[in-house]
Write a protein that binds this ligand. Structure first.
Ligand code: 5AD
Ligand code: SF4
Length: 466
């Protein structure tokens, strides 16, 4: 008798890929695959790849080089290891991957994950490549995770509500790799959220390439909005926190701004990519909004939720970016006072309009990136320092390194460490911040007595630990 087959999935890139990796594992669980923590003892390795910048795509090929050696070593020991490439590199490059890395057995695009079991069968007798955009909705075919699998993944979970993008920013491959926008219907999302909450999940992050363009069918058959969907999800017992990512400034409609005003569960931390603070660059990027539009949206959100903090994505060295354009970006950062950001050097991607435009030198890109990063880091530290002395709700999600200490997240996604019983993991508890580290806050339960374990099984954990 053979034991269970082992699966190792490695995710690159965005949260969407993390979610998809879980769903691939869920799809393969009924086939007898169990997840393992390293590629070394796996029978099937899936690289869930990212194609957004050149570096991200190249990482995949160097990983495939390492896996080839591993696969050959396993073969000398009589073990047959299969290697699959999934995600956006799979979608964009298809059979080119097998030509460049013949060690790869399967190439599977993001719309075809539900076909994995059948593809694996076919892979026994040759390479299998599947990068179509099938008309049917893959979500209807992907099995939901088991309660045990959900528990293992922790108190915080993602739900994909929307996929693809119709915006065609001139630098971006997403509209080509992930295709045009589709939204899942409200009832399916609510059912998934209820299942998660039932398995102990307390925080749900709705994800999509363009999540606030969400327009899935509501129960009355009419298109919903992200704001309405958030209102509905906030009603589910057990769901303490809601987040969503990633948004486009143009799709920040009144229902979403109202959700920020009306829903305490909607966290006051918003990732709202702007890319540049220069109107000239925003136009060349085809972002379809101006710097003033962005500032107006930020202002409306601050009026709705005064404690909101913004993070963003920036690209420096977009074709044609002058010193003055870059200074506009630095000024916008100061005006909005972003507390975190992902900053990127523009990376030309074949097939996108900007790749054909006049490029900025690497040296200039490096210098601008450094200046921007330095400024953002300063703001991040200043924000952490401002948290000292304050009291925040913390969702505890794990034990910390020091004995007796547990760790959680503030509403702003900062890590917070506290001396507290492990029975509080999975609970949202007010914490007074007493100390600030480089990237971490330290605190004490604001009201230790009020947070004594409430249930008999919690007390049991305490006595067992004593
Ligand atoms: N070059 C650099 N950064 C890019 N991004 C997307 N495409 C490119 C590119 N060609 C960045 C944008 C986007 C984030 C996910 O990746 O900032 O918001
Ligand atoms: Fe890419 Fe622009 Fe679509 Fe975002 S909105 S996924 S940056 S094309």
């Amino acid at each position: 008798m053979t034991g269970p087959r082992k699966l190792f999935v490695k995710s690159y890139g965005c949260q969407m890929n993390v979610y998809d990796s879980h769903r691939m594992a869920d799809t393969l669980a009924p086939e007898g695959y169990v997840e393992t923590a390293t590629a070394d003892d796996a029978d099937l390795v899936i690289l869930n790849t990212c194609h957004i910048r050149e570096k991200a795509a190249e990482k995949v090929y160097s990983e495939l080089g390492r896996l080839r050696v591993m696969k050959e070593t396993a073969a000398t020991q009589g073990r047959d290891v299969k290697i699959a490439v999934a995600g956006c590199v799979a979608q964009a490059e298809g059979d080119e991957i097998v030509r460049r890395a013949p060690t790869v057995d399967l190439v599977v695009g993001p719309q075809s994950y539900h076909r994995l079991p059948e593809m694996l069968n076919r892979a026994a007798s040759g390479k299998v490549i599947e990068t179509e955009f099938p008309a049917d909705d893959k979500f209807n075919h992907l099995p939901p995770p088991s309660k045990a699998a959900t528990r293992k993944r922790g108190v915080s979970a993602f739900i994909t509500v929307q996929e693809g993008c119709d915006k065609f920013c001139t630098f971006c491959v997403v509209p080509y790799t992930r295709g045009s926008e589709i939204s899942r219907p409200v009832d399916k999302i609510v059912a998934e959220a209820e299942r998660l909450a039932d398995a102990g999940v307390r925080e749900i992050t709705l994800i999509g390439q363009n999540v606030n363009a969400y327009h899935g069918d509501d129960v009355d058959g009419r298109p919903s909005t992200l704001g309405r969907l958030l209102h509905r999800l906030a009603e589910i017992p057990g769901v303490a926190r809601l987040r969503y990512t990633t948004s486009h400034p143009r799709d920040m409609d009144t229902s979403l701004i109202a959700a920020h005003r009306d829903l305490p569960a909607l966290m006051p931390q918003l990732h709202l990519p702007v890319q540049s603070g220069s109107d000239r660059m925003l136009e060349a990027m085809n972002r379809r909004h101006t710097r003033a539009d962005y500032l107006r949206v930020a202002e409306q959100l601050r009026a709705a939720r005064p404690d909101v903090a913004f993070s963003s994505d920036f690209i420096v060295g977009f074709p044609g970016e002058s010193d003055e354009d870059f200074e506009d970006t630095m000024r916008l950062v100061a005006e909005v006072d972003f507390v975190a950001a992902y900053t990127f050097k523009y990376s030309p991607r074949a097939g996108t309009p900007a790749a054909e435009m006049e490029q900025v030198s690497e040296a200039v890109k490096d210098e601008r990136l450094q200046r921007l990063q330095h400024d953002i880091e300063r703001r991040q530290t200043a924000f952490l320092t401002r948290c000292q002395g304050g009291t925040f709700d913390v969702l505890f999600d794990r034990t910390a390194r020091r004995p007796g200490q547990i760790s959680g997240r503030s509403p702003y996604l900062q890590t917070v460490q506290v001396m507290a019983p492990i029975s509080l993991i999975g609970e949202v508890v007010p914490v007074k911040i007493t100390d600030v580290g480089r990237n971490t806050l330290f605190g004490a339960l604001a009201d230790p007595l009020a947070n004594l374990p409430r249930q008999a099984d919690h007390i049991q954990i305490e006595t067992l630990g004593a």
